[in-house]
Design a protein around this ligand. Structure first.
Ligand SMILES: [Ca+2]
Length: 377
């Protein structure tokens, strides 16, 4: 099972590695790979999409960051600044605090960030969390027992991976299990831009780990958790229907990026921000001025990547053909709900999106922060 998944991932990548960093050749390679995987042509979504806000799922959340839909229904949401995990009933909006994650040291952009459920959640009930501690950024896992009293439902944390550089800014923080059942971790260069190109540093990287926290077999660099490098601050991770990984990251003051991630590839920071002519670097699938995006979470639905913009206060739709954008990105909800932090698939054409107006950089209104349910196409 693992070997087959690894082969699939490696296969996708060698096809990509053959191309130059140019968007056209990368997309041609990716389409070729997709055609081999499935005999039916890969469908391209319409150039223009739609977003309908179905309802507000929950209100009154403090600095919501990680969001993990539970298979039994409901959502887990992390509070960056309080260091707590809360379950939201997705029907009624009722909130139940699971408990506080011990050791969270919230300051600046750091705190309790990403959440992910174990690939064996049905049997092990394990919740993974990425947080900023007093000394570093790290990933822990805890057993979640909803039968225990509210506030006391999290077991003692088991540290899975530590030593990721921390800072007041650029702490990364998104974690997600891929279709290969491995744990992907988006990190930031913690404000020390040189770390992004240093393959020995865990900052400014996407990492790939086993559920136990070891570097995954088949990672591009020997005995290393590093999967891709040259990133500034990765806060969005999602896979498309062909199991290709995409990641969003913040630019400095020029270009935010959505990238198609290939193992071992260099995404250019700090030498390049956005597209460049330098063939050492992978060019983004799409890029935005930082005032229009400043992206955190991403999700895949209905043939497009959906990207939440903080400073941009909007949800971006990037329709895909292979790993390229098939049409210009399109913005939704612009300014309607303020800053948007996290977006996850709610199945089919539904998404859950969180606002981020209580994060110290927003203008909180009554009811902030909230989780919205969207219907998209
Ligand atoms: Ca880049």
């Amino acid at each position: 099972m693992l070997a087959a998944s690894a082969l699939l991932v490696t296969g996708g990548c060698s096809a990509d590695a053959g191309g130059s960093s140019g968007g056209a050749s990368a997309s041609a390679a990716a389409s070729g790979t997709a055609a081999q995987v499935s005999p039916s042509a890969e469908e391209t979504p319409p150039a223009k999409g739609t977003v309908t806000v179905v309802r507000t799922v929950a209100e009154g959340l403090n600095t919501p960051w990680g969001l993990a839909p539970l298979p039994e229904g409901g959502l887990l949401v992390a509070s960056r600044d309080e260091g707590t995990i809360t379950r939201v009933d997705s029907e009624t909006g009722k909130k139940t605090e699971l408990g506080e994650v011990p050791g969270v040291s919230a300051a600046g952009e750091g705190g309790l960030l990403g959440l992910a459920l174990s690939p064996d959640y049905a049997s092990d009930h394990m919740v993974y969390a990425y947080f900023t501690s007093a000394s570093d950024n790290r990933v822990v896992r805890m057993i979640y027992d909803p039968a225990r009293p509210a506030g006391d439902q999290l077991g003692a944390p088991d540290t899975v991976f530590k030593g990721i550089p921390k800072g007041m800014i650029h702490n990364g923080g998104r974690i997600a299990f891929g279709p290969d059942r491995l744990l992907y971790v988006g990190t930031g260069e913690s404000g020390d831009r040189g770390l992004a190109q240093d393959k020995k540093s865990l900052g400014g990287k996407i990492l790939r780990l086993t559920p136990e926290g070891d570097p995954a077999a088949g990672n591009p660099f020997p005995d290393s958790a590093v999967y891709s490098y040259g990133h500034r601050n990765v806060q969005g991770l999602a896979w498309d229907s062909k199991q290709r990984l995409f990641a969003a990251e913040f630019g400095q003051d020029t270009w935010d990026e959505l990238n198609a991630i290939a193992p071992g590839a260099d995404y250019g920071w700090p030498t390049a921000e956005g597209r460049s002519e330098d063939t050492r670097f992978r060019n983004p699938t799409a890029q935005w001025h930082t005032a229009d995006a400043s992206p955190s979470g991403i999700a895949y639905a209905e043939g497009s990547i959906w990207m939440a913009g903080l400073r941009g206060q909007r949800l971006w739709r990037v329709p895909l053909k292979g790993t390229a954008a098939s049409a210009d990105p399109q913005a939704f909800l612009e300014g309607d709900y303020g800053r948007l932090r996290t977006v996850v698939s709610a199945g089919g054409d539904k998404l859950w999106v969180t606002t981020s107006n209580t994060d110290g950089r927003g203008d909180p209104k009554s009811g902030d922060d909230r989780i919205l349910e969207l219907k998209v196409s």
